[in-house]
Design a protein around this ligand. Structure first.
Ligand code: NAD
Ligand code: MG
Length: 298
């Protein structure tokens, strides 16, 4: 490793040479086919034992932010289960390999987060396979742009809420039956919760909901020693974007409106999840950690 996440670099220059490229893929998209390939921290994330012996479940752990988090958790010593859609098997296999390379257990559970029975089963299978659960990362998400409410279908509105909100509710509820004091729940919200785009009415609404869910539940279960927090990414280069997450004409300027003037990489998100998962954030509860390149946010 010539550089790791602790190496001091100019954050405006870091990754600035990586330009987004116009391309279109069917949802959910394969990272293996994305150009340029997002940086998941494969060559840079260095663990220091911050999650040794912990057991984590990460939804949408096959690619993007979830995958970078899965790799980081594994290198910090945690066993990791990931969920994803069956058509993402290729990405999931690669990430599972990287988890195992860290010397910990990787479990892979394909299925649809819109299905309550799958969500509950996912938790039970994780607990069975890892011998318990200490860290839950609700990260799987759906984002399809739509520029006219008149054409936003009931089906899409429902699917966006099922994937982003209901799955979090079903999985968290099932997980709470197993989480011991010291456990951590981390939800993935978005800058869209505060600065919603005109073309993301349904998606932005789910992300605001995730923030409120996080802050309400955090207060409810803090006395049990279980912490709930959220991470709010800004524009991050992942398969979510070219799968109609953005209009095509916005793709090649993706991230330019941030203070750093560039899109972020999944590797830049993983340390935020590690911090919220580890015991060092013991007094951090109901917080939303913004990782967005400098877009002003509350
Ligand atoms: P990604 O496409 O790599 O990850 C999203 C994952 O969600 C997919 O890999 C897929 O496995 C999962 N998923 C979607 N629908 C599903 C379903 N019905 N059943 C099971 N799994 C399903 O993209 P990402 O950008 O890493 O997204 C991760 C999270 O980050 C999402 O919640 C997203 O809303 C959030 N986020 C992303 C950005 C960004 O700019 N990329 C910004 C803010 C928030
Ligand atoms: Mg994926």
């Amino acid at each position: 490793m010539t550089r790791d996440q602790y190496t001091f670099t100019d954050p405006a220059a870091l990754y600035a040479d990586i330009e987004p490229q116009k391309q279109r893929m069917p949802e959910p998209g394969l990272e293996a086919e994305l150009t340029p390939r997002p940086d998941l921290g494969e060559d840079t994330y260095r663990g220091t034992g911050r999650l040794r012996g912990r057991r984590a479940l990460i939804t949408g752990g096959d690619s993007g932010i979830g995958a970078a988090t899965a790799i980081a958790f594994a290198r910090e010593g945690a066993d990791v289960a990931i969920s994803y859609l069956p058509e993402e098997e290729e990405d999931a296999r690669r990430v599972a390999g990287l988890i195992r390379d860290a010397g910990v257990t990787a479990l892979t559970f394909p299925g649809d987060l819109k299905d309550a029975a799958y969500c509950r089963d996912l938790v039970e299978k994780t607990v069975e396979g890892l011998g318990g659960l200490d860290i839950l990362v609700n990260n799987g998400g759906k984002q399809i742009f739509n520029d006219d409410l008149a054409t936003l279908s009931d089906e899409q509105f429902d699917a966006t809420f099922k994937t982003n909100v209901y799955a979090m509710f079903w999985i968290t509820k099932a997980a709470l039956a197993h989480l011991e004091p010291g456990s951590s729940i981390i939800n993935t919200t978005s800058i869209q919760a505060y600065k919603p785009s005109d073309v993301l009415v349904d998606y932005a609404s789910t992300k605001a909901t995730i923030n409120a869910f996080t802050k309400a539940l955090a207060q409810q279960i803090a006395p049990r020693g279980i912490r709930v927090n959220a991470v709010a990414p800004g524009p991050i280069w992942t398969a979510l974007q070219p799968t109609d997450g953005q209009p095509q004409d916005k793709l090649d300027s993706f991230g330019e409106d941030t203070a750093l003037g560039r899109m972020g990489q999944p590797a830049e998100l993983a340390p935020a999840y590690v911090f919220l998962a580890s015991a060092e954030s013991s007094y951090v509860i109901g917080e939303t950690l913004n990782v967005n390149g400098g877009i002003p946010s509350p």
